[in-house]
Ligand binder design. Structure first.
Ligand SMILES: Nc1nc2c(ncn2[C@@H]2O[C@H](COP(=O)(O)O[C@H]3[C@@H](O)[C@H](n4cnc5c(=O)[nH]c(N)nc54)O[C@@H]3COP(=O)(O)O)[C@@H](O)[C@H]2O)c(=O)[nH]1
Length: 542
């Protein structure tokens, strides 16, 4: 095997084109093996099919050829025997004297196939080249067509079968006796595989040289039969059940082994190819089809009293065998491949399916925020997706927020302007996510009709650590007040940060201090639990 091919087949697969996680190879091993088997099997099966077809054809041809050859040789023997019998026809009317016996012996000895020649008259054998004068009954009706008789033995050699050719002339007959050993040799030489029979009347002789009146065994795999044009006998050849298998083993084994090796090779290549990691797009598309992307909800709280006012929807990838995958590992790739559009649509549908039945229990005008990226701003279907999402809830029960991220720069165009106007018209709010760290944030503020800013968590985390963050937060609060837009501070983890942000007058907060992102179906039970707790706290404070 060339080195490059061996390397391709046997090296371990490592994908270098993407850092996207994939399902563990172990889970995929069985289907991969099954597909490889399905790919590997056709070649040996085809080989076997061709082998069986060829074997059947060869056995049939062989049977037909054997029948033709046997008839040709037997006719030669019988023609020659008839000549021997014909040559003594003048003796039939004569007695079995010494001269006539010598003549019979001479004729028998000079014919290559004839063992003896006998004369008969008036229903009796009266003269034999072997025994001289004899007197034996002769039943001419036992000769097929009055001319040919197959016998298991006779008076001279009771255990050696023979074929007797009768030639009628001068009121009697001359009979040339052919030893079955010639016949047996003819049969054996004419066939390599299968069975061959000489049939005279209801008696038959097989390759073993035995004469019997038993029916010929069924020749199911190949069959040929022909009667001689010159003498009253038939030759039958064929192959019994199991002959094709034997033929395959004896003659086609190398071919079958070759096709099996070919199948194995193809299967190995297939197994190898299936083991190669897919492109990032294919991995994500498969994950989406398998419904592996799930919504997690993180509460957003009212800074004054800590009550939940809504949630941000964050995507998680539940990869079988690997657990939950962080969004920063796959969202950038989803954005690059454009798959973020159907993924967000799927997320919206899942959230609507989980929360809509509990709409009455949600906080008033429940704020539900989804992250969108540049591709969404060029996708007119976003409008329909938002409409469908809003339509799943009773009117006015929720507020849909789209959070614009800055991972990809959003180029404002006529279409995007129109899209945002239409979104605003149906009540969808727009927030700028991670505000303050991206160079485009201020640009977005100018261009889009923004309803809220989400202050990046890095500012919150530096509260108390440096004065610059504090100044920046002051400036952001002032900016939001001037523009009359809402503010949400992200990444609140400590009581100190909470106090600071409350003192600044930031109305909404989000962070681990209030709740970590949780599976969508856990949101309602968590909200009830929180309500009980916050209700208590508020009562105590009052
Ligand atoms: N286009 C889309 N982007 C998405 C979507 N879902 C998530 N994302 C973006 O992936 C980034 C990472 O998100 P995630 O790991 O979910 O992290 C979020 C929070 O879990 C985390 N967070 C929240 N509170 C705290 C905290 O107190 N401390 C702390 N260290 N981290 C906290 O911050 C992330 C908040 O995300 P965001 O508000 O969007 O900035 C992230 O950039 C997501 O935007 C999606 O569906 N589409």
């Amino acid at each position: 095997m060339p080195r490059r091919l061996a390397f391709f087949l046997f090296r371990s697969p490592t994908y270098t084109g993407s850092e996207l996680p994939q399902a563990r190879p172990g889970r995929w091993a069985w289907p991969r093996l099954l597909i490889s088997l399905l790919v590997a099997l056709p070649l040996p099966l085809l080989g076997l099919g061709v082998g069986v077809f060829q074997a059947q054809r060869q056995l049939q041809r062989q049977a037909e050829r054997s029948v033709a050859e046997t008839i040709e040789r037997l006719d030669q023997i019988l023609d020659s025997s008839r000549q021997a019998a014909e040559s003594v026809q003048s003796l039939i009317s004569e007695t079995c004297n010494v001269d006539n016996q010598h003549l019979l012996q001479w004729r028998a000895a000079t014919n290559p196939y004839v063992r003896s020649i006998n004369l008969a008259r008036g229903g009796r054998l009266y003269c034999s080249s072997l025994l001289g004068p004899i007197s034996l009954d002769l039943e001419t009706s036992t000769f097929v067509d009055g001319r040919l008789r197959l016998m298991a033995g006779n008076f001279a050699t009771p255990d050696i079968p023979l074929l007797v050719l009768r030639y009628s002339a001068n009121g009697g007959s001359a009979m040339a006796v052919v030893d079955s050993r010639y016949l047996r040799a003819v049969l054996q030489l004419a066939i390599q595989e299968g069975d061959l029979y000489l049939k005279v009347g209801n008696l038959r002789m097989g390759l073993d040289g035995r004469v019997s009146n038993a029916p010929i065994p069924e020749l199911s795999e190949a069959f040929a039969q022909r009667a001689s044009n010159s003498h009253p006998y038939t030759v039958i050849a064929g192959s019994p059940t199991g002959s094709v298998e034997n033929h395959l083993l004896n003659y086609t084994l190398p071919f079958l082994a070759l096709t099996a090796a070919g199948g194995l090779f193809v299967g190995l290549i297939c197994y190898r190819l299936l083991g190669r990691p897919s492109s990032p797009r294919t991995i994500l598309r498969r994950a989406l089809e398998a419904k592996q992307f799930e919504p997690f909800l993180q509460p957003i709280v009212d800074a004054c009293d800590g009550r939940w006012v809504g949630a941000e929807v964050l995507m998680r990838w539940r990869l079988p065998g690997e657990g939950l995958i962080r969004p920063d590992l796959f969202i950038p790739m989803a954005e690059r491949t454009g798959l973020i559009l159907p993924m967000t649509r799927d997320l919206m549908q899942q959230v609507a399916a989980v929360l809509a039945p509990h709409a009455a229990d949600l906080p008033p005008h429940c704020h539900l925020g989804f992250n969108i990226s540049a591709a969404h701003c060029r996708d007119p279907q976003l409008l329909d997706d938002c409409r469908s999402f809003l339509a799943a809830f009773p009117p006015g029960s929720i507020e849909l927020w789209l959070e614009l991220t800055e991972r990809e720069l959003i180029e404002p165009t006529e279409e995007s302007d129109q899209l945002f106007q239409q979104l605003s018209a149906i009540g969808v709010k727009v927030a700028i996510d991670d505000f303050g760290i991206g160079h485009a944030s201020l640009n977005y503020l100018q261009r889009f009709k923004v309803d809220a800013l989400k202050i990046d968590q890095s500012f919150v985390q530096h509260i108390g650590a440096d004065t610059l963050s504090g100044h920046l937060l002051d400036t952001l609060v002032e900016l939001a007040t001037r523009l009359d837009i809402d503010l949400v501070a992200e990444g609140v983890e400590t009581k100190a940060q909470l106090d600071y942000l409350q003192a600044l007058g930031i109305p909404y907060l989000q962070g681990y201090l209030f709740g970590r992102p949780m599976p969508a179906h856990e949101f309602m039970p968590a909200l009830h639990q929180h309500r009980n707790a916050v209700g208590d706290t508020i009562d105590h404070q009052q």
